[in-house]
Write a protein that binds this ligand. Structure first.
Ligand SMILES: *Cc1c(COP(=O)(O)O)cnc(C)c1O
Length: 414
């Protein structure tokens, strides 16, 4: 049956991208270059001493997460689905990313820091070869307090940008969609962040935030639907995987492909990570996006070629999902157009499975993730039908979870 018909019925689907092009044939045409990603990585290095100073839990000032092997979870999934997963199973622990507890600590923090650096340099207060620890000072905080940062979010981006902006000294306003969890709003308010609540979905929160920010010349809007800087922050994370896998002795080449499963909302996080992975591994990495059956925004945009010109509402879906980080009805067209040629595929997952994976992963590996972060786990089951071979490495990108309050953790594990 036609894939759109199946999406309309909120069925689980897997889609292999017919537009995929060998990476070295398309790379030069993409709007982001390797040099820009390296520049982003250098910027994060410049900020490392500052990060370490203001967030001592970030031991070396570099915001990064580990990769774990999860053999017991692999056995559990094979048993539960009565299917074999070819190769090994890894999890990328962005749930453990410091400061924001989710993948948003990559893009969000990067863009806030870049904005702060730009303002300070333009005003003659900072030079790139300074020790950035000088930024942790009341004079700088007073300077930054003249400026506002705003963002629209389903929750986690707001957390990341709110926490980092408040630390730098910016005024910060987070526009939260109806999906945003109460605890995320409360945590932000406790850090002095102004939270504006909407009774509408994510796109509306972004639109209103953008409009209000544009009215104020001293306000900067972090635009989750269009931001190149967010994308670059995520891409650095993708690029760093090679160093981590090399250290673990895990080879990735033509005979040892890496399959990566990324939960997708508007697309910036998974898109940036996928792009960074392609830069280091080319065609030997196969990236898949995972979305809820009722919010398959990116998949619909890719299949129809309409990107942000189509919403899941246009095919009768209600964009209601417990995966708050993925509750997005309309994708980023900036990201979708890049993914069109480099994404291997995408699939959808029903909400009830997120809870099964959530409990399974906790029981087998003592890892707790928030529901959105589990969407990728169906990937190895699905792709193992198509790709066989013991040399495959599957990596599920766990996108968030460590900041979830204990009462909610307990209720989710019940
Ligand atoms: C935001 C988020 C995603 C998806 O990132 P997008 O940039 O919105 O596509 C996935 N998982 C979690 C937990 C998130 O917060």
């Amino acid at each position: 049956m036609d894939i759109i018909e199946r999406l309309k019925k909120a069925e689980e689907v897997i889609w292999y991208n017919p537009n995929y092009i060998e990476f070295n044939r398309i790379n030069d045409e993409l709007p982001i270059s390797l040099d820009e990603v390296k520049e982003a990585e250098d910027r994060l290095k410049r900020f490392a001493p500052y990060i370490k100073k203001v967030f001592p839990e970030v031991v070396d000032g570099i915001i990064e997460s580990p990769i774990n092997s999860i053999d017991k979870m692999k056995d559990r999934m094979e048993k539960d689905f009565n299917k074999e997963i070819s190769g090994r199973l890894l999890v990328k622990r962005d749930d453990l990313l410091p400061i924001a507890g989710s993948i948003k600590a990559r893009g969000g923090i990067y863009e806030v820091l870049k904005h702060a650096e730009t303002l300070a340099i333009e005003n003659g207060l900072l030079r790139p070869d300074d020790d950035y620890r000088i930024l942790d000072n009341d004079d700088f905080r007073n300077f930054f307090s003249n400026y506002t940062v705003q963002v629209g979010s389903t929750g986690n981006l707001g957390l990341s940008i709110g926490i980092m902006s408040a630390k730098v000294g910016f005024k910060v306003i987070v526009h939260m969609s109806q999906d945003a969890k109460e605890w995320k709003k409360n945590l932000l308010r406790s850090k002095g962040v102004q939270v504006v609540e909407y009774t509408s979905d994510y796109s509306k929160a972004v639109e209103e935030g953008r409009r209000l920010s544009n009215e104020d010349p001293k306000s900067y809007f972090i635009d989750d639907e269009n931001s190149k800087d967010l994308f670059l922050g995520y891409a650095v994370g993708g690029m760093r995987i090679k160093g981590q896998l090399d250290k673990m002795g895990i080879k990735v080449d033509q005979d040892h492909p890496l399959f990566v499963y990324l939960p997708c909302g508007v697309g910036g996080g998974p898109g940036g990570v996928a792009y960074g992975l392609k830069l280091v591994y080319g065609d030997n990495v196969k990236c898949f996006f995972a979305e809820p059956t009722r919010s398959p925004a990116m998949l619909l945009g890719l299949v129809t070629g309409l990107h942000d010109k189509i919403s899941v509402g246009d095919i009768g879906l209600d964009n209601k999902t417990d995966a708050d980080g993925l509750a997005v009805a309309r994708p980023s067209s900036f990201v979708g157009k890049i993914m069109d040629k480099i994404l291997t595929g995408a699939f959808t997952i029903e909400d009830y499975r997120l809870y099964e994976f959530l409990k399974g992963l906790y029981q087998e590996e003592k890892i707790f993730l928030e529901p959105s972060a589990l969407a990728g786990f169906l990937g190895p089951i699905l792709t193992s039908e198509q790709y066989k071979g013991k040399n495959i490495t599957h990596m599920c990108w766990a996108t968030g979870g460590s900041l979830v309050p204990e009462e909610i953790v307990n209720s989710l594990l019940k």
